[in-house]
Design a protein around this ligand. Structure first.
Ligand code: SAH
Ligand code: SF4
Ligand code: F3S
Length: 454
């Protein structure tokens, strides 16, 4: 069948168009940018990794903290200058900030042409046509079903070794501090068969590690077409794809993480011995105000379970300092919990009030900024100490490392990760990205290990 003439014209005009995608925020956003890249390239756009070169710049944004949004607004200012000189140059805002601010973004200093929320990326080609006709375009509809499960992502990470696979979208928890339920909508799980086939496809292409992504992977649940699959079962299905493929996942939620997930982890050598289990606070009253759905005791019991099923499992966490009403004593409980657990790694933040959240509506953001900072610095120092201590235990040991690429510091060295998610840097030798090598650890800092291939 002959294509319609207007389709031909459309494709021809798109072919000359180059798009640059810039991504902020979490792994889920990075994974979404790969969906966006796929939607656009199948519609005739060309990707470029230089914004100067692009006819269209899309910024995939994050709203998690105020400074994440400020970064994007500054970035929009950078592009504003070019827009003034070059009216055909277009700028779009995607992702969580698009969802949160909606059409208000169009008024934002008149520098945005297109606003698209996380569930509307299939609509991008049509919306871009709209702006070609000189109109502004917005689609921020959230969906209860969209999982993009039939779209093959265009991998933007150049390594060819590690990849993300989204297994679910949205979040049904209402943590009092968190904007995600408002920007990402209701939780929905993706068809497990499409997840497994994406993983197999990646192995065929030479990938050696996948990270299964969701805001709360433990509540993954698919029950349709005679299939009933929970997260533990999904993990097992993906682990069986190939012994050469390492599996990671993020994020586990302490209130929902069950022992059957831990048992599956211990059963498969290719599932990494690493769990990211955000605690947020070490004090039960704060956790209650945060609406996290667990207490300090419950969390400690989950940690005990990890240690009993996988004694060597590495554990990392997220912590917020200065949440509404946090007293010095409550902060001290976080410090004490950190000392008790000695995390391998932690992401630490000071509380940032977000519009529409439970905390914004019902609680007072009453810990002074200075004090939030002081508490943050205190836990950062403590965590550095714990990370160093963990790393020192690897000295002299030989660990399996999946090579990811050339080290940023030296052309002579490669870097990769251990099963525990620690970065190891070592002289290249014969090793190439995608290889598994045995590395003897000879030195360390709080951030990385150093070693040599044996
Ligand atoms: N779904 C994941 C977290 C996603 S957001 C989970 O439930 O663990 C990543 C981290 O950002 C959170 O764990 C939290 O520590 C931090 N965070 C979220 N909202 C925040 C806010 N308003 N201020 C400061 N940090 C925040
Ligand atoms: Fe936010 Fe809580 Fe959902 Fe995580 S589980 S995304 S912190 S609401
Ligand atoms: Fe940010 Fe949205 Fe992720 S708010 S952390 S990009 S889900």
């Amino acid at each position: 069948m002959k294509p319609k003439e207007e389709t031909l014209v459309q494709t021809a005009s798109n072919l000359s168009k180059k798009v640059y995608i810039e991504t902020y925020g979490c792994q889920m956003n990075f994974s979404d940018s790969e969906i966006v890249a796929s939607v656009l390239t199948t519609n005739g756009y060309q990707l470029t990794n230089q914004s100067d070169d692009a006819d269209l710049v899309l910024i995939n944004t994050c709203s998690i903290r105020d400074n994440a949004e400020r970064k994007v607004l500054n970035r929009l200012n950078d592009f504003k200058r070019r827009k003034k000189k070059e009216p055909s140059f277009k700028v779009g805002v995607l992702g969580c900030m698009a969802e949160r601010m909606k059409a208000d973004l169009l008024d934002e200093k008149k520098m945005v042409d297109i606003v698209v929320g996380p569930d509307a990326y299939r609509d991008l080609p049509d919306l871009l046509e709209e702006i070609d006709r000189g109109r502004k375009a917005v689609n921020v509809l959230l969906s209860r079903e969209e999982t993009y499960d039939d779209i093959e992502p265009v991998r933007l990470d150049q390594s060819g070794v590690t990849a993300f696979i989204s297994i679910m979208r949205g979040c049904d928890n209402m943590c009092a501090f968190c904007v995600v339920p408002f920007t990402r909508g209701r939780e929905r799980s993706r068809d497990p068969q499409t997840i497994v086939s994406e993983a197999s496809e990646l192995v065929t292409k030479g990938y050696r590690e996948v990270t299964l992504l969701g805001q709360n992977v433990d509540s993954y649940h698919w029950s349709e077409g005679g299939l009933d699959v929970n997260f533990a079962q999904l993990l097992e299905l993906v682990a069986q794809v190939s012994p050469l493929l390492r599996i990671r996942f993020s994020t586990s939620h302490p209130k929902d993480m069950t022992d059957d997930v831990l048992v599956v982890m211990s059963k498969y050598q290719n599932i990494c011995e690493y769990i990211h289990l955000p605690v947020q606070s070490g004090n039960s009253a704060v956790l209650e105000r945060m609406n996290r759905g667990y207490s300090r005791e419950w969390y400690l019991e989950r940690i005990a379970s990890i240690k009993s099923i996988m004694p060597n499992c590495a554990i990392s966490t997220d912590i917020i300092t200065g949440f509404c009403g946090e007293t010095q004593k409550e902060h001290q409980d976080t410090i004490e919990l950190m000392d008790l657990i000695e995390y391998d790694f932690a992401y630490m933040f000071k509380y940032s009030e977000r519009p529409r959240t439970l905390a914004e509506r019902r609680m007072e953001d009453d810990v002074p900024d200075e004090e939030k900072n002081r508490r943050l610095q205190e836990i950062i120092r403590l965590q550095n100490h714990h990370s160093q201590k963990k790393h020192s235990k690897y000295l002299g040991r030989t660990l399996e490392v999946l090579v990811e690429g050339t080290s940023k510091r030296s052309e002579e060295e490669n870097f990769g990760r251990t099963t525990y998610n620690t970065v190891v840097v070592f002289p290249k030798g014969e090793s190439r990205p995608g290889d598994y090598v045995q590395v003897m650890i000879t030195d360390f800092t709080s951030a990385t290990l150093k070693g040599k291939i044996v």
